[in-house]
Design a binder for this molecule. Structure first.
Ligand SMILES: Cc1ncc(COP(=O)(O)O)c(C=O)c1O
Length: 638
């Protein structure tokens, strides 16, 4: 195998940059996954997918979960804080908590709690449902259960139940009224919860979620509200319960400078509160530690210009400096990092089902003669005469002719056949112009746009709205690449479209080290007759944070099959768990269609057709049987 081609192809997709040591390409030209960064143990992703498809008869889309990566990320985060504390002689401890909203799947939460026993790993919840789930899970006695978000009485009562159950619950107050209600309920229940206050900082993050911080942020107490809470707690004799100060300036902070600024401000607020003789012990710095989705290490919104270690160093050093300056104790640091801990562990695999071309190359150019309309004649002359010197000018002329073609068609001057002939000629001129521009290495907006227009659309068996919703909702970039064939240079350029009936269901932006790619390099997967030669699998990486929980059932496409994979010391892998995909019946139930009622209604329709003599008994029986078996089928293309 030619190592150089594999290396070049890996370089093309940038896996070495965004893969963070977890992903790479082996000599067979397959993508590999490692449980620990740059580990010698590596499992072949293509092999895993083949086993799932061929031996276990599953079909794409597939979500692969690698729980070991969750553990590795957790250890990395904790180590970063430990070594920062050592380096800067920081006396507070680190209390990592997992914000459940990032990925509330049982498999994920359980894995963190299992792997984080030595780190007093805790949970953060922002809703009653998350809290209910959290209350059922076993945590170490010293670990925290942080309750954030807007709370009604039921939420607060649940939090108090947690205290009664022996959990170290901290109710974080987002609004003044919340505190008043909490105090009343706590008095009634005879329970004293730990209390936290969420401060609204003046500092903002950077990137897509910058507006989560700053004065107009949705959450948090203003300075005067903070002071009022303190006054109220003192008046009630409960000031000793105030143990935590929290802030969160937004997810995916792209620029380390913003982190330092926020830490300075927050540490100052903490110090001033301490100086008011309030023994706050914990400073909860929220999330925000980002993921380098494009591997560029820049402040671009899909990247970050720091490492986990640098983030931790900045947090610890800045808070220590302010506290020493203000002569207050170093607080214990609570981190609510979700994205960075979960993003890498999930890989989504889809397969390409078809190609949608802007123009079908296989349609031949019809013979043109003098009887054809002038505009078609002109397009044919342009096509015959185009060359490497005149292609730009001829391309412009062809654009004019195409407008003229459509004007004449709309005026009823030319036939549908003429319009068809003219369009085939026009697209052929475009294709040749682009070829000349590429040969000349021309960097030009006009021809870049043409390249995008002419790029194929590869139809992938998945729903963007279900499996990578942030790509649609906020234009989030995820690394995407084939998981095999990487020992061949890709020759096609394409954008990706999903199988939903929604034109927004497409991916037109791809990660790149220096820019954002408008098309993705892909292999031609068809044989000469335009039929797929073999399955062609693409993976969307780094989808472990937010995507699963934010995905929707648009068009009633359901959850994909899910496989949990563990990698052994010798690189062999084990599929430790399979969660089947949603069936059509699940999606019917979601939309409140009762499966039995649906079948009965359909049966009545068929019976009426039978009675009217439009179907015979065998046809009627078959139709009903097909409907019945159809409801347990897959929602995706089979
Ligand atoms: C209060 C709070 N904590 C933690 C997080 C998790 O942030 P991240 O995923 O950036 O670590 C969020 C998400 O925005 C949040 O709102």
């Amino acid at each position: 195998m030619k190592a150089t081609i594999v290396d070049d192809v890996a370089q093309l997709y940038g896996v070495e940059h965004w893969g963070a040591g977890y992903f790479g390409v082996n000599r067979l030209g397959h993508t590999v996954v490692r449980p620990v960064k740059s580990d010698s143990r590596e499992a072949d992703l293509h092999e895993i997918v083949q086993e799932l498809v061929e031996k276990r008869t599953l079909s794409t889309p597939l979500l692969l979960r690698f729980p070991q990566i969750l553990g590795t990320q957790l250890q990395r985060l904790c180590l970063a804080y430990e070594s920062a504390a050592r380096e800067f002689a920081y006396s507070g401890e680190h209390f990592p908590v997992f914000p459940m909203k990032v990925n509330p799947r049982r498999e994920v939460v359980d894995e963190f709690l299992r792997q984080g026993v030595d780190q007093s790993f805790g949970l953060e919840c922002g809703s009653k449902a998350e809290l209910m789930a959290a209350l059922s899970l076993e945590q170490t006695p010293e670990s925290l259960l942080i309750c954030n978000g807007f709370k009604d009485e039921t939420f607060l009562r649940l939090a108090l139940l947690g205290v009664q159950a022996g959990k170290r619950v901290v109710v974080v107050i987002e609004k003044l009224n919340e505190l008043k209600t909490l105090l009343e309920l706590a008095k009634l229940a005879g329970v004293s919860p730990l209390i936290g206050l969420r401060a609204k900082l003046y500092s903002r993050g950077s990137g897509k979620w910058a507006s989560s911080g700053g004065e107009s942020a949705k959450f948090g107490l203003t300075t005067s509200e903070l002071l009022e809470c303190i006054r109220l707690l003192r008046a009630e004799g409960l000031i000793a319960q105030l143990k935590l100060l929290h802030f969160h300036i937004g997810s995916q902070i792209t620029d380390i400078k913003r982190v330092k600024n926020a830490m300075k401000e927050a540490a100052r607020v903490y110090a001033k509160i301490r100086q008011m003789k309030v023994e706050v012990e914990f400073l909860d710095i929220g999330g925000g530690l980002g993921v380098d989705y494009d591997g560029s290490k820049t402040t671009f919104e899909a990247s970050i210009n720091y490492s986990v270690e640098e983030f931790a160093n900045n947090v610890v050093y800045t808070i220590k400096s302010v506290c020493d300056d203000e002569k207050v104790p170093h607080p214990h640091l609570v981190t609510e990092s979700g994205r960075v801990m979960t993003a890498y562990h999930a890989v989504f695999v889809t397969s390409i089902r078809d190609e949608i071309e802007t123009f079908a190359e296989e349609i031949p150019i019809a013979a043109i003669d003098e009887d054809d309309p002038q505009v078609i004649y002109e397009l044919k002359s342009l096509l015959d005469g185009i060359n490497s010197k005149n292609y730009r000018e001829y391309y412009h002329d062809a654009l004019d002719d195409k407008d003229e073609l459509h004007t004449q068609f709309n005026l009823g001057l030319i036939s549908l056949e003429d319009r068809g002939k003219g369009e085939v000629l026009f697209w052929e001129i475009c294709a040749r112009s682009l070829k000349f521009a590429q040969e000349a290495n021309l960097q030009d907006e006009e021809f870049d746009a043409l390249r995008r227009i002419l790029a194929s659309k590869y139809l992938c068996n998945f729903s963007l709205f279900r499996s990578a919703p942030d790509s649609w909702a906020i234009g989030q970039l995820f690394p995407i690449m084939p998981i095999h064939k990487l020992n061949e240079m890709p020759t096609d350029f394409a954008t990706l479209v999903d199988v939903t009936c929604d034109s927004d269901g497409c991916i037109k932006k791809f990660v790149d080290l220096k820019d954002v790619k408008q098309v993705l390099e892909l292999h031609n997967f068809n044989d000469k007759n335009g039929q797929p030669r073999e399955p062609y699998y693409l993976a969307i990486f780094l989808v472990g944070a937010y995507q699963e929980v934010m995905g929707s059932f648009h068009n009633l496409f359901g959850l994909p099959h899910e496989a949990q994979v563990v990698i052994d010391t010798d690189g062999s892998y084990h599929i430790t768990k399979l969660v089947p995909a949603s069936k059509i019946s699940d999606m019917l139930a979601f939309a409140r269609f009762d499966k039995t009622q649906c079948t009965e209604s359909f049966r009545r329709l068929i019976t009426a057709q039978l009675a009217a003599g439009k179907l015979n008994q065998t046809q009627a029986d078959e139709a009903i049987q097909k409907y019945e078996s159809g409801v347990s089928g897959s929602t995706y293309l089979e």
